[in-house]
Design a protein around this ligand. Structure first.
Ligand code: GAP
Length: 446
């Protein structure tokens, strides 16, 4: 399948099945902002829960928090974002389109954006000017400079300014981390590729505070840990790789950065960044706030400004990775089918239950099975509309791992069929065992 085809098919599937819609679609859409529908929000919640479970609940040394999106404007001066969070913007004088200069494939004269999506042969580009990616707004009724606030471009700063609050309240000793999941905003010049690069997105970031000198070792440990986490979501290992930033790629705060990249249909791209941020952020916040942010070790009496190893993944990018990795087309009994082979743990709906017919007491039994699943907090779906084949196809596209059918035999011997999305095997189990079977399947399938 051509790369473009896969993305077009995914965008169309995402809309058809209620994963992702264009924001404000009835008004023609908002540029590179997307809304999650009923299935999409479940998938996204599963990603966030998997991250929170691995990063916070399963560890002693990482605590969670949720900082506000709006922060004191000095935070962004201290962090370097006001001065340095910029992209070089160029504009074509002919077609008026705007491009990121550093992302252009240029001709020999260096002026023409050849091969750049949206650009044309005769583009006549302006000089580059630096464009700050932060969205600016005003707090309070007066649109004066004193009231300027920014929509945060990363969640990390909320963890830095709360470093001592969390450390003392949660009685943590270094090394320890602060984890957050939350919205971030960037006024990207060239967003695109569906939910890959958007202007409003969600990040799952963890700042791990360590004693200087131990930072490099912790960097390696976290890089490995994060790679393992992506594999645990069921993606194919050959679609993940590492990319170390060269000196000209490093963000202003980083001493070392390695991306975990995923092979999207449009190429290898960053999924997550692991950064050694040294004491850059804490030191700058000390300078700008005038408050000491040193860690004092109660045992040994050592005082130091910790170094930070950061892991930063995009939640939306992880969703896109899961959709791309799971998308399959095959033929079943002579009929083409589209299937999302999501790991059961990630699937929005775990089981769909169908009465074969709308009579003979079958719908009532099917509803009882759905209720039993829901009582065990298993997302389940009841469907009695259309042929059984069509009902299977709809669930295949939704990524539902198991379909349970209540048929005539159920009223005789109490058994139902369970059909596996991937192997297409069907087996009969007693209707009282469906819940246990699905829970076992979730354990087995990860
Ligand atoms: N706190 C560090 C930081 O924000 P980053 O590499 O700029 O680092 C971290 O962002 C992750 O956030 C990226 O690896 C990516 O997954 C996600 N991300 C960044 N910009 C994004 C955008 N415009 N749209 C969607 N996800 C984005």
């Amino acid at each position: 399948m051509a790369e473009q085809d896969v993305m077009e098919k995914l965008v169309s599937l995402a809309k058809r099945r209620g994963f992702i819609f264009q924001s404000s679609e009835i008004y023609g859409g908002t540029g590179s902002v997307w809304d999650y529908g009923p299935l999409g929000i479940e998938l996204k919640r599963n990603v966030k829960e998997a991250w929170w479970s691995a990063m916070v609940h399963q560890r002693d040394d990482v605590k969670g928090m949720d900082a506000a999106i709006l922060m004191h404007p000095r935070v962004w001066e201290a962090s370097g974002h006001v001065a340095g969070f910029t992209d070089p913007l160029v504009e074509c004088k002919v077609c008026k389109k705007r491009f990121r200069e550093d992302a252009l494939a240029t001709s020999e004269c260096g002026r023409k954006p050849l091969l750049t999506p949206g650009a044309h042969e005769d583009c006549d580009l302006s000089q580059a000017r630096l464009f700050n990616l932060m969205f600016k707004t005003f707090m309070g009724p007066v649109e004066a400079d004193s009231a300027v606030v920014y929509l945060r471009p990363e969640t990390a700063q909320g963890s830095y300014v709360n470093f001592l609050n969390v450390q003392t309240a949660a009685r943590q000793k270094i090394p320890f981390g602060i984890a957050q999941i939350g919205k971030a905003f960037r006024n990207e010049i060239t967003p695109g590729n569906f939910i890959f690069r958007t202007r409003e997105f969600e990040q799952a970031e963890m700042q791990f505070f360590v004693e200087p000198g131990t930072d490099e070792e912790w960097f390696e440990r976290w890089l490995e840990e994060r790679h393992r986490w992506h594999l645990s979501l069921g993606v194919r290992a050959e679609n993940l790789r590492f990319h170390q930033h060269g000196p000209d790629e490093l963000a202003h705060y980083a001493k070392k950065a390695i991306d975990i990249q995923y092979q999207f249909p449009f190429g290898w791209k960053e999924l997550e960044g692991v950064h050694n941020r040294t004491d850059f952020d804490l030191r700058r916040h000390e300078e700008y706030s005038g408050k000491r942010l040193e860690y004092v070790d109660s045992g040994g009496g050592k005082r130091f400004l910790p170094y930070v190893v950061e892991t930063a993944v995009g939640v939306d990018r992880t969703v896109l990775m899961l959709l791309c990795d799971a998308y399959r087309e095959d033929v079943v009994e002579g009929e083409a089918r589209v299937v999302l082979a999501l790991a059961p743990r990630m699937a929005p709906i775990k089981a769909a239950v169908f009465p074969l017919m709308k009579k003979g007491g079958l719908p009532e039994i099917a509803r009882e099975i759905v209720d039993g699943l829901r009582k065990a907090s298993i997302p389940a779906f009841y469907d009695e509309a259309g042929s059984i084949g069509r009902r299977y196809r709809r669930q295949d596209e939704a990524g539902t791992p198991w379909c349970v059918t209540v048929d005539g035999q159920t009223t005789e011997d109490g058994t139902v069929t369970i059909r596996d999305r991937d192997s297409l095997e069907q087996l009969r189990v007693d209707r009282s065992r469906v819940r246990e079977w699905v829970l076992d399947g979730l354990d087995r399938g990860g």
